[in-house]
Design a protein around this ligand. Sequence first.
Ligand code: IMP
Ligand code: MG
Length: 171
Amino acid sequence: MTHRKEVLSNEQIQQRIQEIATDITADYRGKKLVLLGVLNGAFIFLADLCRAIDLDMEIDFIRVASYGTETETSGTITLSKKPELNLKDKEVLLVEDIVDTGLTLAWLVEYFNNCGAHSVKVCTLVDKQERREVDVVADYVGFSINKGFLVGYGLDQAELYRNLPSIYTLK
Ligand code: IMP
Ligand code: MG
C-alpha cells in the first residue's frame, strides 16, 4: 500500500462500537436476537460488536456473491453461504462493513424479510452516501463517510489490508 491516510483510528472505532452496542442492548432486551454477519468484510466489526452487547444472542454468517467489479457492486446478488440457524420468529440484525450503492443491503433485507424472521434490521460500520443508488437506511450506523475507498478493520482492496487495526483511505 503506497499511499494511505488514516481516517478512523482503532480507538475511535472501539468507542463508537460501545455506543452502538449500548443502543442495541436497550432495543433488543428480552428478544431473540440473531447477529448475521456479512462475510468477509464484517468479520472484525462483528467480533468487537458482539462482545460489547450485553444480551444473549445467536451469531451466524452469510456470504454474498455479487457480480461486479473489484470496487463496485452490480446488483445481481446471490447468497454463496446461507445462514445455518433457523431464523423463524427471530430478530435478525444484519451486520455489514459498508453500505455503498445500497444494492447489497436492499437485496438482503428483502431476502430475510421473506424467510420468516420477526424483524430485520441493519447495523453498518460505515455508511457511504456518495454513490447510493437505492433508498435504503441502516438502523445503526457507526460512521457516515462521504467519499473515498476505505481499507482496514475488515475492509479490503482485492482481499488485502483486512488485518489493519484502523481504517484508511487509499490515495
Ligand atoms: P453496495 O452497497 O451494494 O454497493 O456494496 C457494499 C459492499 O461493497 C460492502 O459490503 C463492501 O464489501 C464493498 N465496498 C463498498 N465500498 C467499499 C470501500 O470503500 N472499501 C471496501 N469495500 C467496499
Ligand atoms: Mg468486500
